[in-house]
Ligand binder design. Structure first.
Ligand code: HH2
Length: 431
């Protein structure tokens, strides 16, 4: 079609909707740019904002100065200029290439900037990393990463919020477990205590009486690893002996005895954020800075776990949607769940049937929240979550298949790797 003199689109100006370094490189390549130029420009294609907490007064101005010198910038408290603040939150604004110049310079600076540089580099690399990784369990391992995996929920309880009482009978529980695996679950999460808001805790003995026989019946029969959803070290220990591979602890391994069980048995651990206990968690929803608090909690919990002998390859993290959070807070955490990737562990999320989905969609009955749960699974998968915990395994597996296809396009490597090797972390190429 001929271009008219009044055309508003003579040059087809469009804003490129790119995310990963690989996508950036592919788009640059499509301009027939020099392959070496593609490598150089790819690292300029996107700003990675890094948020830091507690940057000391002396370090903050230096940090801003060094960022400005490489063409980036940094935001910190006004009180840094007049020395009324002793430390500050800070956001670094720089491209991958600018960080490559910045970090070696920071390593030569005083006031903790060398340590800060190491932490920023670890966070950046962890954030863009999308290579599959194997999570080591007590008996079996599970490979996460090339697509979001699905953890099917089996509640052997009388009072779980969406399926309480349905699988208390051993035969019903075993049949349900087999169905979840046939539906495509990559992992099974078995729980004997409801952790719904306000739930009264059960004793370890009562909990074991529920899950023990089911685990006994499933051990060796199920084709996928088993996770035990428990806050009790004694239940975790017995479950691992009976064949469980992973401990899903909604209290985030805050008990030393729990960390010791996980370390001794070589089990994997899913570390979830929650304030208080399920009985008390909804009574205080005021967070000064929700995402920072969840991040800090998970960073401290995983540091403690590793200090107590739990292997790095055995840990996963989870923001604990609905656990001591208002519906809006759960949605905020879901929207930003990708930030947790910077911690360096695979991220898991459980949104299935939860009340914040009902709040958002008007579906009062937990069983009527399937579509919302699927949308949440897609949001989570889009943000690089490695594991989705759900009651609705079959539809979740299906929507995540679509996401997998889309991800493959996002991650497709550019045809030439020249110049990119120094920019991009080990393949497949990152976010
Ligand atoms: N949610 C529930 C239970 N355990 N574990 C992790 N890691 N993440 C979650 O989001 C999570 C969890 C609550 O769901 P459900 O097990 O269905 O309910 P109940 O606690 O009432 O048994």
């Amino acid at each position: 079609m001929p271009v008219t003199p009044t055309s508003h689109h003579r040059f087809s100006a469009r804003i490129l909707d790119w995310g990963s370094l690989a996508e950036i490189a592919r788009e640059l390549e499509a301009t027939d740019s020099d392959p070496e130029g593609v490598g150089i420009m790819a690292r300029k294609g996107r700003v990675y904002p890094v948020r830091l907490d507690g940057v000391p007064l002396k370090a903050a101005p230096l940090l801003k100065q060094e960022l400005l010198a490489v063409g980036g910038d940094a935001a910190h408290a006004r009180g840094i200029a007049d020395h009324s603040a002793s430390s500050t939150r800070e956001i670094l604004l720089a491209t991958w290439g600018q960080y490559q110049h910045l970090l070696p310079k920071l390593r030569r600076q005083p006031f903790g900037l060398a340590e800060l540089a190491d932490e920023v580099e670890r966070a950046l690399r962890a954030y863009v990393r999308r290579a599959p990784r194997t999570v080591r369990g007590a008996h079996r391992s599970v490979t996460l990463g090339e697509r979001p995996r699905v953890m099917g929920v089996l509640n052997v309880t009388p009072d779980s919020f969406s399926d309480g009482g349905r699988y208390l009978d051993r035969a019903a529980a075993v049949a349900r477990a087999e169905k979840l695996v046939a539906d495509g679950a990559d992992l099974l999460d078995i729980g004997g205590e409801s952790t719904r808001p306000g739930a009264e805790g059960v004793s370890p003995e009562a909990e074991w009486a529920r899950v023990g026989p089911v685990l006994g019946a499933l051990a060796g029969r199920l084709g996928v690893p088993i996770s035990i959803d428990t806050r009790h070290p004694e239940v975790a220990r017995r479950a691992i002996e009976a064949g469980a591979d992973l401990v899903n602890d909604v209290e985030g391994l805050r008990s030393e005895a729990m960390r010791s069980v996980v370390a001794r048995t070589g089990a994997a651990a899913l570390v979830m954020h929650m304030r208080g206990t399920p009985t008390t968690m909804q009574s205080e929803l005021g967070y000064e800075d929700l995402r920072s608090e969840v991040y800090r909690f998970l960073a401290d919990a995983t540091d403690l776990a590793r200090a107590d002998g739990i292997a790095e390859e055995s840990l996963l993290v989870d923001p604990g949607l609905g656990f001591g959070k208002s519906p809006e807070q759960s949605l905020e955490l879901l929207l930003h769940v990708g930030e947790l990737r910077a911690l360096g562990y695979p991220v898991a999320v459980g949104a299935s049937r939860k009340s914040f989905l009902g709040w958002a969609t008007g579906a009062d009955d937990p069983l009527d929240r399937l579509e919302a749960g699927l949308a949440a699974a897609v949001l989570a998968g889009e943000r690089g979550v490695a594991l989705v915990r759900t009651h609705d395994v079959r539809p979740t597996v299906r929507v995540l298949r679509l996401l997998e296809r889309v991800e493959r396009i996002r991650r497709k490597a550019p045809s030439t790797d020249e110049g990119l090797a120094s920019v991009l972390p080990e393949g497949p190429y990152g976010r």
